[in-house]
Each structure stands twice: as C-alpha cells, then as structure tokens.
Design a protein around this ligand. Structure first.
Ligand code: NAP
Length: 485
C-alpha cells in the first residue's frame, strides 16, 4: 500500500476536499509507487489562501532577522535528513543519487543564504536637496504569494522561491509539480519542524489545471512566481497581467555552447557531455546546441562520441550510474519524437537515438544520450526545446557566424564559450543574448548566491536567487522625513 501524503494548510496536514489522489511513480522503475498525493481542487486553494491571509499580518510584523532564524533552523533539519531526502528525490524524479544529494545541499544553502538576508534586506538612504530632510527607502512584503514549480529541480526551485518570499515577510501558497511533489513536501516539513507559525507556508498538490487556475483567480493573490514551460508561462502571464499582479516567469531554453578553434577538444568534449547529458538533459540550463568552429569540429566530434558512449545509463539509486531516465513516458515520447524529426529533416545521427530496452530498462523510461551532426539553423532540433539528452552540433566558419547561430533563437537562458582567446571571450560575453553566461564551464551549474534568470522568451520579470531575489518579493516605499527642530 503506497504511503499517502497530504496537503499542508494552516499548520495542519489535511486531505484534499476532492477526496481524490494521484500516484507519484519512480520513472526508473514504474513498479515503485513513491506515494499518493492529494488531487486538490479550488476549495483546497481557497482554504490555503484563507490560512495564508490569516497569518500575513503577524508574520510581516516579525522582525526580518527573526524570520530568518526559521530558515536557519529548517536548513539544519533538512541537513539532518540529507540522505533520505536525496533518495526520495531520485525515486520521484530519476536523477542520480549524487545529483539529488547535491540538489538537497543546494536547497539547504539557499535556506541559509536567505536566512542571512533577514539581517541585511538592504535598501537605500539617499541625500535630500532640502535642509534637515532625511530620505530613505523601505522594503515591504507584498502579502500572499503563489509559487508554482516544475519537476526537474523539485527541491532547489521551491527553496529558491519560498526562502526569499518568507524572509521578506510574505506568506506562501506553494503548488509543486505533480511529477515530483515529495521533495517540496520534505522542505515544507522542515519548515514546519522549525516551528514556522501556522499559515505562513501552505502546500497544495494537484494538477496545474485544477489548482493553478484557482491560484491565479484568487482575489487575495498579490504575486506569482512560476518556473516551467513557455506554454504554461505564457498563459499565466496573460491572466496575471490582466489583474495587474506582479509576475515572475522562468521558462525554457535552447542553450548554446560555442567552441572556438583554439579550444582543447578533450576539455570541450568533457564540458559538453556534462552540460548536455547530466540530469538526462532535463535542466533548463542544459546545453542543447554546440556551435563549433570548423577547425576543431572533427577532433571534437570523435571525442564527444567516445565519451557519450561510455556513459552508464540506469536507475539513479545504483552506484556508478551517470544518467537516469526521462521523468515520465510523455517526456520520453517527446525525446524520441524530436530524434525522429531531426532525422527526417536531414540531421546526421552520430550516436544514441533509441529507447533502451531489456531487463531493468523495461520498467523505466530510458533513452540513449543522442548527438546529431550537420544541424542547420532552420531545423526544429536547432530551435525548439527538447528537454532531454539530445545535443545538436552546428559548424561555424568563423566567430561571427558562431555568434549569429548562437543568438538566432527565441530563447536566452544560458550560454557558454570554450576558448582562451581573451578578445573573443570578451566579445562573446558582451554580445551573447543570454541571462547566464559561462566561460570554459558548462552552461548548467549555477550558484544560489548569484542572480539567476534569462532574457528574450526564456524569462519575464525580476531575477531569482542572490541578492536581487528580494526585489520581486518586496515593494519599495520612499520616505521623506523632515526634522522640525
Ligand atoms: P510545466 O508543464 O510548465 O509545469 C510547471 C508547473 O506549472 C507545474 O507545477 C505544473 O503543474 C504547473 N501548471 C501546469 N499547467 C498549469 C496551469 N494551467 N496553471 C497553473 N499552473 C500550471 O513545466 P515542467 O514540465 O514541470 O518543467 C519543464 C519546463 O520547465 C521546461 O520547459 C524547462 O526549461 C522549464 N524550466 C525552467 C527553469 C528556469 O529557471 N528557466 C528551471 C527549470 C525548468 P502539473 O505538474 O500539475 O502539470
């Protein structure tokens, strides 16, 4: 009998009012049901908002350093459960145990970082033109904020939204992705055990349609922070802006790595394998396009194929596995569909390309890491996000062509260059249309203490993480104070 997990509303673990549940299934072994979660509806969302509204005034009145103390305590609690939280994550999402452990550690660091922001929360003191007038700005919380998160970083993303929201004095209604809600629940449990006052955090599971719509339509909603696909983000944007709500959207990417002629092909191949295939390519910052100067193309391709073929694919709970499964059958289908489309459009399949079957593979959603050569900018594999382990290789005759290819897409999340040519690297950093830029590093692997976000159609609104994260969750007030004596 699978374990049943509840919603967390007003400080209580409660069943959904619909009395329906949905299963959370291990994508590496579909016989393993991680648990059943509440298929909530609008009434549950209403109850969560009522609780969040009820807790808002007292929470906002608590001095920010004391709000931060709850985050420090939650970090400590989560740290004491690191191994089990990581195992939960591998079971529900499929990423390898070392990757899951790294992600839970990151969530812990995020809680600590924003706990510390409680003692900073900087604003401005600006000189007045007038005598005896003292001017400054203050940060005020927004009120009740809704957080909607995806499955691919099921602990880190809820943490990097909840922690700044809470330390800034907001109360929260969190809806995690239905494919991986347990990792977010573990975070909420840590906050509960840290003694967070009832109603400050509320956790409601259920489908995007049923819960998401009710969240967006709730009259008390002040802001929404969303991470997920462009399709859902676009819909949320329309609804939120119609109501003049504050909205923050982090969405898809088609992230390039430019490899210049001077690059060491071994180093470039290792960097690309890490960026394109780790976490099964299911990172918004994963590299899915390598744009390679002709001189280094052949030696790079040879090494890339060898390294890719050496990757071990399997259940991420087992030692030595490099790559886990696609998160579910639908994502696996998408991966295979794009592989077929690329072949139909004339790209050359260099390695991978098929679903893995036989033995333990038959109970999971495993696809080989796949590389296409001869990709041209008009092909769909060059333009559309797959969100799987599929890398498209494009040849550039020179640096200018590489820049054109890199920027010739609607997305702008992350981008990398591999080169020691200082002048070209500087030009790349200045001209690349991406929010996250790396040099001689994978496109993925960002740190929590720096701002995170993209440009073009990848993102909308203020940055997440780092010191800028507080801007989204606070409203600035400007004060002019005259000394009358
Ligand atoms: P998704 O399908 O857009 O889902 C994201 C979240 O939105 C889930 O909680 C989902 O709920 C919810 N949702 C779905 N329909 C909704 C609706 N009508 N109203 C409100 N909420 C709704 O994305 P995903 O498949 O989970 O994640 C993969 C995508 O996320 C990729 O495109 C990836 O690039 C992007 N991503 C971006 C970043 C970034 O920071 N830029 C980071 C990670 C992932 P259900 O789970 O119940 O459907």
């Amino acid at each position: 009998m699978p374990c049943q997990f509840l919603n967390f509303i007003g400080g209580q673990w409660v069943p959904g009012r619909t009395q329906r549940t949905f299963p959370n299934i291990n994508p590496a072994n579909t016989d393993d049901v991680v648990g059943d979660f509440q298929a909530s509806g609008p009434e549950d969302v209403g109850a969560a908002f009522a609780a969040a509204e009820g807790a808002q005034t007292a929470w906002a009145a608590l001095p920010a350093p004391r709000r931060g103390e709850y985050l420090f305590k939650a970090a400590e609690i989560l740290e004491s459960q690191l191994a089990s939280a990581a195992t939960d994550m591998t079971r529900e999402e499929g990423k390898t145990l070392p990757e899951a452990t790294g992600e839970v550690k990151r969530a812990i660091n995020i809680l600590r970082y924003f706990g510390g922001e409680g003692s900073r929360m900087f604003s401005y003191q600006i000189p007045s033109e007038r005598d005896n007038v003292f001017c400054f700005t203050m940060r005020k919380p927004l009120g009740v904020v809704a957080l909607i998160t995806p499955w691919n970083f099921p602990s880190a993303i809820p943490a990097w939204k909840m922690a700044p929201a809470l330390v800034a004095g907001n109360t929260v209604v969190l809806k995690p992705a239905s494919l991986a809600p347990l990792s977010a629940l573990r975070l909420v449990e840590a906050l509960e055990k840290a003694g967070l006052p009832a109603g400050v955090v509320n956790f409601v599971t259920g489908s995007g349609g049923a819960v998401g719509d009710a969240l967006l339509e709730h009259p008390s909603l002040k802001a929404i922070s969303f991470t997920g696909s462009c399709e859902v983000g676009d819909r949320l944007y329309e609804k939120a802006t119609r109501r003049r709500l504050r909205v923050q959207l982090e969405m898809g990417g088609k992230n390039p790595t430019v490899v210049l002629a001077d690059a060491n092909p071994d180093f470039a191949a290792a960097t690309l394998v890490n960026a394109a295939f780790f976490s099964t390519g299911q990172k918004c910052t994963a590299c899915s396009r390598a744009i390679v100067e002709r001189k280094v193309y052949e030696p790079l391709v040879e090494r890339l194929i060898a390294r890719t073929r050496a990757l071990k694919i399997g259940n991420g709970l087992e030692p030595g596995i490099d790559i886990g499964p696609a998160v579910d059958e639908s994502q696996l289908k998408t991966d295979l569909e794009y592989i077929a489309i690329a072949q139909r459009e004339g790209a050359q399949l260099l390695c991978g390309g098929t679903r893995l079957t036989g033995g333990a593979y038959d109970t999971g959603f495993f696809v080989e890491p796949t590389i296409f050569g001869g990709v041209t900018p008009a092909m769909r594999i060059a333009q559309e996000e797959v969100f799987g382990p599929v890398l498209a290789l494009m040849v550039a005759e020179d640096f200018e062509e590489a820049m054109r290819l890199a920027n010739g897409i609607r997305f702008g999340l992350s981008a990398a260059i591999i080169s020691n040519d200082l002048s070209r690297v500087h030009q790349f950093v200045n001209r690349i249309e991406a929010g996250l830029i790396t040099v001689n590093l994978p496109t993925a692997g960002v740190e929590y203490q720096l701002p995170f976000g993209g440009t073009k159609e990848s993102s909308f609104g203020m940055r997440e993480q780092g010191p800028l994260a507080l801007d989204f969750y606070t409203e600035s007030r400007t004060v002019y104070l005259k000394h009358t004596v």
